[in-house]
Design a protein around this ligand. Structure first.
Ligand code: UDX
Ligand code: UDX
Length: 458
């Protein structure tokens, strides 16, 4: 039986892969193909070892792959064959030229648009999944329609709000799905085609429709607001450490105000991930380009506080360990930017590891899922570093442990055993506030947590 709809996704990354697996699972009548220029990645998607770790993803891919979900490198053929193309290629921060370090690098996006143009021989709906600067859709439509002959392209914005580590749950029961298009008859028709896909499983009142610019900007704004909450609570954590207020108590007290809400108020060593910093810098760049410098400064301070929080963590380690960590073994518990993912992009652990290596510490990195990515992040960095999956082995003969990712397994370790194996005085720096600090102090550790009174034996 022919498929009802043929969907293509260009970019088999953290967003493209899981999103398409969910669409394939929820819409068995659609043919969903994911392509990528990276042949290794496609090979991995077709194997038993998927290129990314995400709870529930293996099962979803097992159920759909070969039935109506396909991974391929035949980009050109697939472009020709499909009706709807999701574009989910990466849009990193530009590293060169005008806007370097701030603006989004759109070269992959534009190259993909031109590739679509070359190989499409029937009308297509192009869906922006990648996070893009507001007004990109217009540029894309111009490139696509400039020399398309009789082929028509409509560009729809459908930003992805999934968070890593909970991607499958977020895709299955999203808070909302946002779909923006031009408000012309053709734009509205293209919008409807995308609404129809999600309506297969998402309640209609959770599918928000808007104009294309609102949709593009909402993605940047949502990430900026989320990151701003973390920077806000982290700024208060520094004040807690000076005043003996407890950041978890403060966060709970303010979060119970229904106007504020409890989410995203967990103080930490800093936020990481591929999106927050990139998207805020992009927002800042756009504001500046429109002459809105005060607005740009406001959002830039969110990134500034985050960098300050990371450097504060290292300074705090140094200050407590008698102002030197040179030659001291330090175990990093966690390298992923958050729990339940192997992703290390922009992880605060990279910053902490580099800072400690600069101070000539012996750094031992442990993580249940991120040890294949971790060495890549530290490529070219000099110093004494090793990678050790077993946290007990990592902590053996260490002077200090720094908890950098909130993996559950670090809550449940036998800390008496850990303490016995360490050099005394032994320190724990809890960059995620996940451990039982009083208990660790009773065992004998000196415990330094974010936004908490130091618990020291001297
Ligand atoms: C995505 C979005 O692209 C990004 O803008 C958003 O902010 C977060 O989600 P992500 O899925 O995490 O990013 O990116 P990544 O895992 O790097 O995947 C992108 C994929 O696109 C890579 O596998 C890359 O090989 C592929 N790609 C890139 C192409 O297939 N063609 C290209 O021209 C460029
Ligand atoms: C984020 C957005 O949540 C998601 O909607 C968007 O699509 C992509 O960017 P992600 O980066 O995957 O998702 O993870 P998120 O859960 O937002 O965490 C980002 C960082 O903030 C992590 O380093 C996390 O540990 C940190 N964080 C989060 C805190 O430090 N405190 C908190 O309260 C919440």
């Amino acid at each position: 039986m022919p498929f009802e709809k043929t969907i293509l996704c260009i970019g088999a990354g953290y967003v493209g892969g899981p999103t398409m697996a969910m669409i394939a699972a929820k819409c068995p009548g659609y043919k969903v193909t994911v392509v990528d220029i990276n042949a290794d990645r496609i090979r991995a998607w077709n194997s038993d070892h998927l290129p990314i770790y995400e709870p529930g993803l293996d099962e979803l891919v097992k159920e759909t792959r070969g039935r109506n979900l396909f991974f391929s490198t035949e980009i050109e053929k697939e472009i020709a064959d499909c009706e709807i193309i999701f574009v989910s290629v990466n849009t990193p921060t530009k590293t060169f030229g005008h806007g370097a370090g701030m603006a989004a690098d759109l070269q992959y996006w534009e190259r993909t648009a031109r590739q679509i143009l070359r190989h499409a021989n029937s009308n297509k709906i192009i869906v922006e999944k990648s996070t893009l600067p507001v007004r990109t859709a217009l540029a894309m439509e111009r490139i696509l329609n400039a020399s398309s002959g009789n082929t028509r392209f409509d560009v729809v914005s459908n930003p992805e709000f999934l968070a890593e580590g909970s991607a499958i749950k977020d895709l299955d029961t999203p808070d909302r799905v946002l779909i923006g298009s031009q408000e012309t008859p053709e734009g509205l028709q293209a919008r409807k085609a995308i609404v129809d896909i999600y309506a297969n499983w998402v309640p209609r009142d959770k599918i928000i429709e808007s104009n294309v610019w609102s949709s593009e900007l909402s993605k940047l704004a949502a990430n900026a607001f989320l990151a701003q909450r973390i920077s806000s609570i982290n700024s208060i954590s520094a004040l807690c450490e000076k005043t003996e207020a407890n950041i978890d108590e403060v966060a709970y007290a303010i979060g119970t105000d229904s106007r504020i809400g409890a989410g995203f108020l967990k103080a930490s060593v800093g936020f990481g991930g591929s999106c927050f910093k990139k998207d805020i810098l992009n927002l800042v760049y756009i504001c500046r380009s429109y002459g809105l410098d005060t607005v740009a400064d406001y959002w830039q301070s969110v990134v500034k506080i985050n960098e300050w929080q990371e450097s504060r963590f290292i300074r705090n380690m140094l200050a407590n360990m008698f102002n030197t960590v040179a030659g001291k073994r330090i175990a990093l518990f966690g390298f992923a930017f958050k729990a339940n993912t192997g992703d290390t992009r922009e992880s605060p652990a990279i910053y902490v590891a580099k800072g400690l290596l600069e101070e000539q510490a012996e750094v031992v990195i442990s993580d249940p899922k991120a040890l294949s990515n971790a060495p890549k992040e530290l490529e070219g960095v000099e110093g004494d570093m090793t990678f050790e999956p077993d946290p007990y082995a990592a902590a053996k003969e260490a002077h200090a442990i720094a908890v950098l990712t909130e993996w559950n397994q670090y809550r449940d370790l036998d800390y008496e055993r850990v303490f016995e194996s360490m050099i005394q005085p032994a320190f724990i720096f809890d960059g995620r506030n996940i451990l039982d600090h009083e208990k660790l102090y009773e065992i004998g550790f000196n415990v330094l947590a974010i936004g908490k009174k130091p618990l020291k034996h001297f």
